[in-house]
Design a protein around this ligand. Sequence first.
Ligand code: MGD
Ligand code: MGD
Ligand code: SF4
Ligand code: MO
Length: 705
Amino acid sequence: MNHQNPKQEAKLPDPETGIEIHKSICDICTPGSHCGLDVYVRDGKIVKVTGAAEFPSRGRLCVKGTCTREYVYREDRIRTPLLRTGPRGSGQFREASWEEAYAVIADRLKAVRSADGPDATAWFVGYEKWNRAWVQRLAYDFGSVNFGTESSVCFFATAMAGLAMTGAGMLRPDLEHTDLYLGWGANPYMSSYQQVEKLEALKARGGRIIIIDPRVTPTTQRLADLHLQLRPGTDGALALGLANLLIEQGNIDHAYIQAHVTGFEAFRELAARYTPEETEMVTGIPADQLRLAAEWIAGAASVCSYLPPAAVTHHTNGFNNMRAILSLLAITGNIDVTGGQIPGKDTYAHMGAGFSTMEHAFISEHRPADLSRRVGADRFPLWAALSDEMQAVDLARQIREGAPYPIKALVAFGMNHRMFPEPRKMLEAFSNLEFLVAVDLFQTETCQWADVVLPACSSLERSELKAYPFGLLTCTTPAIQPLYQSKNDAQIVCELAQALDVDDDLLKSGYDATMAYMISNLSVTLEQLREAGTPVRVQELCPYRTGTFLEHGFPTPSAKIELCPSKIAAAGNLDPLPAFYETEASLPSEEYPFRLITGARMAHVIHSRFHKVPAARALRPDPAVDLHPDDAQTLGISEGDPVRIQGEQGEISVKAHLTDTIRPGDLYLYHGYEEADANTLVPESHLDPYTGFPGYRAIRCRLVR
Ligand SMILES: Nc1nc2c(c(=O)[nH]1)N[C@H]1C(S)=C(S)[C@@H](COP(=O)(O)OP(=O)(O)OC[C@H]3O[C@@H](n4cnc5c(=O)[nH]c(N)nc54)[C@H](O)[C@@H]3O)O[C@H]1N2
Ligand SMILES: Nc1nc2c(c(=O)[nH]1)N[C@H]1C(S)=C(S)[C@@H](COP(=O)(O)OP(=O)(O)OC[C@H]3O[C@@H](n4cnc5c(=O)[nH]c(N)nc54)[C@H](O)[C@@H]3O)O[C@H]1N2
Ligand code: SF4
Ligand SMILES: [Mo]
């Protein structure tokens, strides 16, 4: 087994300062970014971190990345494996060796499997994407169908819309060639700065940008030629309203529809309900702005859209809203064409780079033949039809209720129970478990509930494969040795495979062997990648050729783009048309006059992880709710006043922040604070029936001074 991390090929220490510079990557946010790092190390400790020029990020970092040193050295890093000594949730542990911890895990998991079968163990990975293939393979090796991830609430609903309609999951916008960009919930200044320059380039070459966002943001101010400031959650109605105008005016692509689209007649009838007046009433977008947007779409040689991972789909009607957007692109002939929405495949760890690796085989080789029993499959049949993961949003319920069958043990890598609606119900579920393992960098609240806690290390402390667009691949080496006794997650999985003695020689042969397997179809080796130290272009680059699906047929039952997908019809009681509807809990009432939108990104935080990084926290020390000045005046609230937000499930206390960038009647709140957790206000039942995604972005509530 390979316990040792490979040696870093660093620049020699500077004779005067004793500082060595190591290349690494920041994995704090999405794989789409993963900026390159120059890590300045003296005596084995990081003294400074800057952006490395040789990566696609070209030497830049965001505010979180510049806080990397503080993030890595957060005081609550877990130092050793821990075994619970006090009651569940008490946080009382004793230190243990890795061998002892593995032995306990193996004993307890096998006991659950003997008594209740392998599916009584669930395996979960949170925000991190790089380690998922390993955990998924081990879950399958152990015999469980219940592997799930944070994708139960992020991006996959958007992918599902594409999958259901076209069979191709990732329909990326062709920003380089498009005439018109529809930024549905796009605000890259806060969430992915690398996208900004692409939109600036589009603008510079004369392309137009429409941003659809209920708020005024840096993106609407700096990039939008037109800002459609709609009521949150009404994107579907807006897309149908635009479709209706385009159809009425004959500005759709009849030849394309004839050749490549099914379900158009039914869709046309649905859209016809959204006259400009009706659309204005539902969305709040003035009819003249709607007409202008339709005119621009009609006049554009090509149109593409942001693929919003969260903003559009974090609604109880999010999936249909997303489908309405894609339907608009389909009837205007903008799917699988230059400048439109182009299919693409994942290369590795949720990143498309234009070549393939063995990751898919690595995961699927040991996949149980029948996944139909996985958590959430009964409740969210469309999810089950399109994803091989459990729908983890249903996990807490199944653990508590034991139906359709009991879940007794949970192995959780990077699990933050506050990610889910009504987090206390996840804690209740934890206390019902027989056994909980938590693997994390930090002593989180979730860890407090575990029986065994294992210390993971950060991206700077591990060697890791990483693919980037345009055929780039790298394998990092550790900039510093793992802090304390921590290890990287994938190595932990390989060692667990040994402890559990699963029938998997590859996994048991260690982390390096598994990485080598991942790229065994490529001409480049791990050693060569490590020697290079920065991304190299692989020879096997073979990007998707635009128009291939149009030419040979889409991977759907009809071989066409389906506006009323047969996969939805087959999944049971769901409307195959992208109808627009709103649920009661998202509609303000007399008792709950505000609509709360939680989670719109802020540059200096990411979910649960940066509220405890002092430098980042100092930028906005207290949890605060954004409130329109008109509403503040009505309620007699001033800037900085303490306020209580009361929902149907609970309440939290925060400070008031007055801003006229939002619509009166809306409230905005960032999530992940322990002391003021937005998700305590999101009802556990407030879910999209198609995807299981929570409606984080529209919850009715009231505000009390
Ligand atoms: N109200 C509201 N809730 C939301 C959202 C919202 O918009 N509003 N957004 C949702 C979305 S889109 C997402 S993606 C989720 C994200 O939600 P989470 O998955 O909760 O994201 P984080 O809190 O960033 O990270 C989860 C845990 O992973 C740990 N971790 C980080 N790196 C590693 C590692 O390398 N190994 C291990 N083992 N652990 C690690 C962290 O310390 C943390 O405890 O939240 C969702 N929840
Ligand atoms: N700094 C930072 N960066 C991050 C993250 C982070 O937490 N912090 N999280 C990462 C993750 S997990 C994700 S999923 C991405 C998400 O990143 P983005 O896709 O940028 O998502 P958000 O910032 O949540 O929302 C974008 C915009 O959508 C608007 N919006 C809210 N509701 C609606 C609606 O109903 N319709 C429309 N059209 N717009 C709406 C918001 O006002 C906001 O300005 O960011 C990633 N990057
Ligand atoms: S957190 Fe910032 S620096 Fe790190 S990968 Fe994301 S965008 Fe880059
Ligand atoms: Mo996300």
